[in-house]
Design a protein around this ligand. Structure first.
Ligand code: HEC
Length: 286
């Protein structure tokens, strides 16, 4: 309020340029503030990678999704949950129905209560969610030096340029620069805000063995898991794109026919000619 009155005063006294100058000053101060904030955050922005699935008409690379899921299961799942994904959602995306059934069956799921009020364990079913590594957040924190490994289902949506970020984070571990003190249990990663992350570098060359023979370098695994996590964050995206193609085609036809119909209906009115002929009225009376 005070600022507004102040600006109004400036406007009345000195006209527009002063106000404009004040506004520019205000904006640049705000800009400087946010830049300082980022400097303090000590973060490197990830480069943009050409993800195949980000095109308007392109689908996921499903072989990469399958490899990415393998990386999740064999590496990330020991610390991170994937609680919004059910086994059955993998059917037709990365695995066949039978593969998914077998995979789910290997997991013990806590169910119940049964008739006598007790919880019991049963083999997993395709409708179960992915098993979480820890029974609760506290256990997760205790096992990781106080930092809870966040759920990965929506991670790609939860960070700016999520897929790029995951790729850069996983491949970005390096020696801390001279002068940067690292507390024990923290690892230097320039892509993580602050530079010190509690996640030890999770990927190693040949850390997994891909069944399709792809060489499992760190960057290959990071690329695959980044694509898999893009899928988990938006499993419906392919259906949505496919539907958009259908709907937009039909809409285009409807727009064309509506336009044609409108011109057809209006053509008698738009093309009629009204003529007033002077003097004939009086003449015909006499
Ligand atoms: C040894 C346990 C462990 C493993 C294995 C692990 N992580 Fe983590 N991860 C963590 C912890 C702990 C954090 C929290 C870090 C923090 O807040 O400092 C974390 C955080 C993250 C974050 C979030 C970073 C942010 O911006 O907040 C991402 C993304 C992530 N991990 C991805 C992965 C992926 C992908 C894998 C598998 C390739 C993986 N992690 C394997 C422990 C692990």
């Amino acid at each position: 309020m005070i600022a507004a009155t102040h600006l109004q005063g400036l406007f009345l006294k000195n006209g527009l340029p002063v106000v404009a100058a004040a506004a520019v000053a205000a904006i640049s101060t705000a800009g400087a503030a946010s830049v300082t904030l980022l400097d303090e955050d000590d973060v490197v922005h990830p480069p943009h990678y050409p993800w195949r699935h980000q095109g308007y008409f392109s689908s996921f690379d499903h072989a990469a999704l399958r490899r990415g899921f393998q990386v999740y299961r064999q590496v990330c799942a020991s610390c991170h949950s994937l609680q919004y994904i059910r086994f059955r959602e993998l059917v037709g995306v990365t695995h066949t129905t039978q593969e998914v059934k077998d995979m789910a069956q290997d997991v013990d799921v806590l169910d119940g209560p049964n008739d006598i009020g007790e919880m019991f364990e049963r083999p997993g079913k395709p409708y179960d969610v992915m098993p979480s590594p820890y029974p609760n957040k506290e256990t997760g924190r205790a096992a990781n030096g106080g930092a809870y490994p966040p759920d990965l289902s929506l991670m790609v949506k939860a960070r700016h340029n999520g897929a790029d970020y995951v790729m850069a984070l996983l491949t970005g571990y390096c020696e801390a620069p001279a002068g940067k003190e690292m507390m024990p249990g923290l690892y230097y990663n320039p892509y993580f805000p602050g530079g010190a992350i509690s996640m030890p570098p999770p990927l190693q060359d040949a850390g997994v063995e891909y069944e399709d023979g792809t060489e499992a370098t760190i960057s290959q695994q990071a690329r695959d898991i980044a694509q898999f996590l893009s899928w988990t964050a938006e499993p419906e995206s392919e259906d949505r794109k496919k539907n958009a193609c259908k709907y937009l085609t039909v809409l285009a036809f409807m727009a064309l026919s509506a336009g044609y119909y409108k011109r057809w209906k209006w053509s008698p009115l738009k093309t009629r000619q009204i003529a007033y002929v002077k003097g004939t009225h009086g003449a015909s009376l006499h």
